[in-house]
Write a protein that binds this ligand. Structure first.
Ligand SMILES: NCCCCC[C@@H](C[SeH])C(=O)O
Ligand SMILES: [Zn+2]
Ligand SMILES: [Zn+2]
Ligand SMILES: [Zn+2]
Length: 264
């Protein structure tokens, strides 16, 4: 698994943030953001005081395209594909939903055990190699990873645990406070409105998600972004909106990163 590691070289282990994009194949604005984030982070390091401080003090792991085979399939065959492209003998349907395949309330609610469903949870937790690799990486770096951010589209939401239960997370009020601050920061650029809240009540119940899994592993600041828009173009966001979406999302990510820096 190829992860980009951004940050000033340091002999001692620095605390880190892990961010992935492209877990769902059709959400093309997501990998676009991760790619843009890397360019922007590296080109503003040294001039932007917040980015400089962030990369001096922390490392940022970026996984630009989580679901590579699915992303490729959306370019070549089916633009609306969501899942992985794993094959299983005996099943006529392909792939599992990687955001239902993590070991967090696995396949209990908001997921399907039907291999042909777009929210198929997989044959077992971490059955998808992409999920296993990311889970292994985060487990291995557990002591230093202080925040997990996963980028999706669309709906303009900033979600945090839990989605596998309606129970509030132990850190609910803090996670909400940070999400609202980040959404406010995002809105300050172009007025784009986000809704913040726990996944289960803010979007829908959904077990097996990467954010819930990271949170239960101990990564307190765990967030799922649903980027633009709210349905006009949906997954087919026009090219003209890529740059503004990236710029406003950067403000939210920097807000979260700055909060994490101050509070770990
Ligand atoms: N952990 C689940 C967060 C809420 C659902 C997020 C959306 C992104 Se397309 C989904 O995976 O259905
Ligand atoms: Zn293409
Ligand atoms: Zn998604
Ligand atoms: Zn989505």
């Amino acid at each position: 698994m190829t992860v980009l590691k951004l940050g000033r070289k340091s002999s001692s282990a620095k605390n880190a943030i892990f961010m992935d994009c492209g877990i769902h194949a059709r959400e093309w604005i997501s990998p676009a953001f991760c790619q843009w984030f890397v360019k922007e982070a590296l080109s503003t390091y040294g001039s932007d005081s917040q980015m400089t401080s962030l990369l001096d003090q922390m490392d940022v792991y970026v996984l630009p395209v989580f679901n590579i085979d699915g992303y490729d399939f959306t370019h070549k065959s089916n633009r609306m594909w969501r899942k992985t492209r794993s094959m299983r003998s005996g099943s006529s349907c392909v792939g599992a939903d990687p955001n239902r395949n993590f070991n967090a309330g696995w396949c209990t609610l908001g997921a399907s055990s039907n291999p042909c469903s777009d929210t198929f949870c997989g044959y077992s937790p971490e059955s998808e190699i992409e999920v296993k690799n990311v889970a292994n990486f985060i487990r291995k770096h557990k002591p230093t990873i202080k925040a997990y951010i996963t980028i999706h589209s669309y709906s303009q939401l900033l979600l945090f645990p839990y989605s596998y239960t309606y129970e509030l997370a132990a850190d609910h009020s803090e996670l909400l406070k940070v999400a609202e601050g980040a959404s406010e920061s995002l809105r300050s650029l172009y007025g784009t409105r986000y809704t913040s809240g726990p996944g289960a009540t803010t979007i829908y119940p959904a077990a097996g998600g990467s954010d819930d899994w990271a949170y239960d592993l101990g990564v307190k600041y765990s967030y799922t972004f649903e980027l633009r828009d709210t349905g006009r173009y949906g997954f087919l966001l026009p090219e003209s909106q890529i740059q503004p979406t990236c710029e406003e999302t950067m403000l939210a990510v920097k807000y979260i990163a700055a909060y994490v820096q101050k509070n770990i």
